[in-house]
Write a protein that binds this ligand. Structure first.
Ligand code: WAQ
Ligand code: MG
Ligand code: MG
Ligand code: MG
Length: 248
């Protein structure tokens, strides 16, 4: 199996302050590497956040024996009409998942205060809302994950009437994150200007929230709410390096 990862930026490289455009991560067999890599290039060059002029694609063998399996989260729809209602719903869902209301509010505010999107996620204390990672505007990028049976996931999402690439990728990421040691819950909304949907996820499920920002807004992000007793080094290592296949 191969881990294939893409990140694309505008202006200059991410590490030199370039603006994040797009990223993607898969774990696939050798015979899909060429097609998947071409698809990632196409995505970076035609993205709604703007055209990339820096693209990094990394292809790396993964020993099957090192891959951890985690369950796919169940999806729960919700229907809130405005971003304000969406944020209230997100706060309620985070509190239900075990995040304090102070920390949930801090997480929503942290996303709303971003000048532009980060390429990764912020780790916040699920009790106080204090920032735990030290990556500043880069964030922790979750990587090395995929769905075990992509066609079965697509079929399930089509039956639910919600299939698109955003949901498909977000569910895989959220399932890896929800199984992480020390993660209590996740808050996310897209940074794609035409996509306003976000979610709150935890081990008990993935709650979709259709409006988290106004249409046309290019700022989104991810917050992982973390148990204050968690080992942050171990958690960051799992998120970035542990190969995970999500099982339906
Ligand atoms: N690891 C950590 N953070 C990430 C990653 C990653 N692999 N990928 C994206 N992010 C962060 C980053 O800050 C982005 O700016 C932000 O999340 C949004 O990323 O309909 O499309 O890929 O149920 O734009 C959620 C709703 C869609 C799906 C999420 O996110 C649905 C989405 P995007
Ligand atoms: Mg994405
Ligand atoms: Mg995504
Ligand atoms: Mg995006």
């Amino acid at each position: 199996m191969f881990s294939v990862r893409m990140r694309a930026a505008q202006g200059r490289r991410h590490e030199e302050g370039g603006r994040h455009i797009s990223g993607a991560e898969r774990i696939i067999p050798y015979d899909k590497v060429k097609q998947t890599t071409a698809g990632m290039l196409e995505r970076a060059f035609t993205h709604s956040r703007g055209q990339a002029d820096f693209i990094s694609i990394t292809i790396e063998a993964v020993q099957p024996s090192t891959i951890q399996q985690v369950p796919l989260l169940s999806v729960y729809p919700s229907s809130f009409l405005t971003a304000e209602e969406g944020h209230k719903a997100a706060e309620h869902a985070l509190v239900a998942a075990g995040v304090t209301s102070v920390s949930a509010k801090q997480g929503i505010l942290s996303l709303l205060s971003l000048a532009d999107s980060m390429r990764g996620a912020m780790l916040l204390c699920a009790v106080t809302g204090q920032r735990f990672d030290h990556t500043e505007s880069r964030g922790i990028r979750v990587s090395r994950m995929d769905i075990e049976n992509e066609n079965a996931l697509i079929d399930r999402l089509i039956k639910l009437g919600i299939h698109n690439l955003h949901v498909q990728e977000a569910l895989v990421l959220a399932s890896k994150v929800a199984a992480a040691p020390g993660v209590v819950a996740e808050l996310c909304w897209s940074d794609d200007p035409e996509y306003t949907t976000g979610y709150v996820a935890s081990a008990s499920g993935y709650i979709r929230i259709p409006h988290c920002k106004p249409l046309g807004n290019p700022v989104g992000g991810r917050i992982f709410f973390v148990d204050p007793a968690a080992d942050i080094t171990l958690l960051e290592h799992y998120l970035q390096f542990q190969p995970v296949l999500v099982k339906l």
